[in-house]
Design a protein around this ligand. Structure first.
Ligand code: PLP
Length: 392
């Protein structure tokens, strides 16, 4: 990189921070915007949170900027605190019955697996987990593995777009189309996608899609969205009933309590809330444009993938997929079996390297994230540390 981008971030410079994937990191300039919104809120909370005194317009500006990135209409997107909240809204709204099936894969994020397990327990529905073949090599292989578990009782298809434990980009397009054709709800977990891979939600056409802005888009923590296809919005109920709820919200052509659609007013108004993170999403998008982040991301991707290859050359362990399904800036690198927590602790204690290490199925994995503040020297550090600790 010609410019030292680390200076734009608040990450401590005594830490080799290789875990952008867990909670993201927000550039200094975006963080200042965030704090300015908080200050403005604190100076005159009543005016700031009054829909009739600019609040609606400010929230709408966030939706508009984000919807352009996601390639959909601003009316299809609502701000939520995190992807977990967005997916909970969907999972807990759908009218599932005993015997209904929720089809998913064995690569999902544990909090959302728990969400579906909870919903299944409450409704009598059943979670069916398709095993995705590893290493993943073709789109057809993925689609066929999931479709093999489709039955006439399948009501929901739930897939990650980028998986958490394995850092794979699932080729979900064909399955989303197939779900639509069969009248099955498609619910997509896009926690890692905004700012990481190109998105075109209208072209993809899922029924529901939740994503985080606080990870790869680099907005402040607590900024995420829930997308619902226009026809599906009426099916959703808020997790928290507040001023935005109206008894008529399910009637055709109903208006929301604050002049937006019921979808937006019911999900966005949740009691007293600090909207500063959401309001800073346009600043995060602008920061990325200003700093030509597509080029930065391409560099980070080559850094991540090259580091994974260097480690694989030492361990001799095969990758989890062919390169085409590897998330660009995040790679799950298999390592020889060891105590993952002890290795993670030693990486921090002895080398100041922050990186997740865990067991997944029968593998031990180190998940490397590369973002603009990382350097090749840090990747060398990681390889050196793993070589020493694992005696590679
Ligand atoms: C695939 C996936 N889904 C959901 C989440 C949850 O995101 P959040 O904690 O922001 O709700 C994560 C977090 O890392 C994730 O990796």
């Amino acid at each position: 990189m010609s410019e030292n981008l680390a200076r734009h971030f608040l990450i401590r410079d005594d830490v080799v921070f290789l875990n952008h994937g867990s909670f993201g990191a927000c550039p200094r300039a975006v963080f200042e915007t965030y704090q300015n919104w908080q200050l403005e809120l604190e100076r005159q909370p009543v005016a700031f949170l009054d829909p009739a005194r600019g609040y609606n317009e400010r929230m709408r500006a966030g939706r508009a900027a984000l919807a352009r990135e996601l390639r959909t209409d601003p009316d299809n997107v609502v701000g939520v605190t995190n992807a977990t909240a967005g997916l909970n809204i969907v999972a807990r709204s759908l009218d599932l019955r005993p015997g209904d099936e929720i089809l998913t894969t064995d690569h999902e994020y544990s909090a959302i697996e728990k969400t579906w397990a909870y919903v299944a327990r409450r409704t009598g529905a059943r979670v069916v987990t398709a095993r995705v073949p590893m290493p993943l090599a073709t789109e057809a292989q993925f689609a066929e593995a999931v479709m093999a578990d489709l039955t006439d009782r399948t009501r929901v298809l739930f897939l990650s777009h980028i998986t958490s434990p394995t850092a794979l980009v699932f080729p979900i397009e064909r399955l989303v189309a197939e779900a639509r054709r069969r009248g099955i709800f498609s619910v997509i977990d896009g926690a890692h996608t905004p700012g990481h891979i190109p998105l075109d939600l209208d072209a993809l056409g899922p029924d529901f899609y939740a994503g985080n802005c606080h990870k790869w888009l680099m907005a402040p923590k607590g900024s995420a969205f829930l997308y619902a296809r226009p026809e599906m919005q009426v099916l959703l109920d808020p997790l928290v009933i507040s001023h935005g709820w109206t008894a008529e919200s399910k009637s055709p052509g109903a208006k929301g309590a604050f002049g937006n659609s019921p979808f937006i007013d019911e999900l966005e108004v949740q009691g007293t809330r600090d909207p500063a993170a959401w309001l800073s999403v346009p600043a995060a998008i602008a920061f990325r444009k200003e700093h030509n982040w597509d080029a930065v991301a391409a560099y980070c991707s080559s850094l991540a993938q090259e580091t994974a290859q260097r480690l694989a050359a030492k361990t001799g362990l095969p990758a989890l997929s062919t390169p085409q399904f590897c998330a660009p800036q995040m790679v799950a690198m298999p390592i020889p079996a060891c105590d993952p927590l002890e290795l993670q602790r030693n990486l921090m204690a002895r080398y100041n390297i922050e990186i997740p290490v865990y067991r997944w199925q029968d593998r031990t994995i180190v998940r490397l994230s590369a973002q603009g503040y990382n350097s090749r020297v840090q990747m060398d550090c990681l390889i050196e540390a793993l070589s020493a600790l694992l005696t590679l």
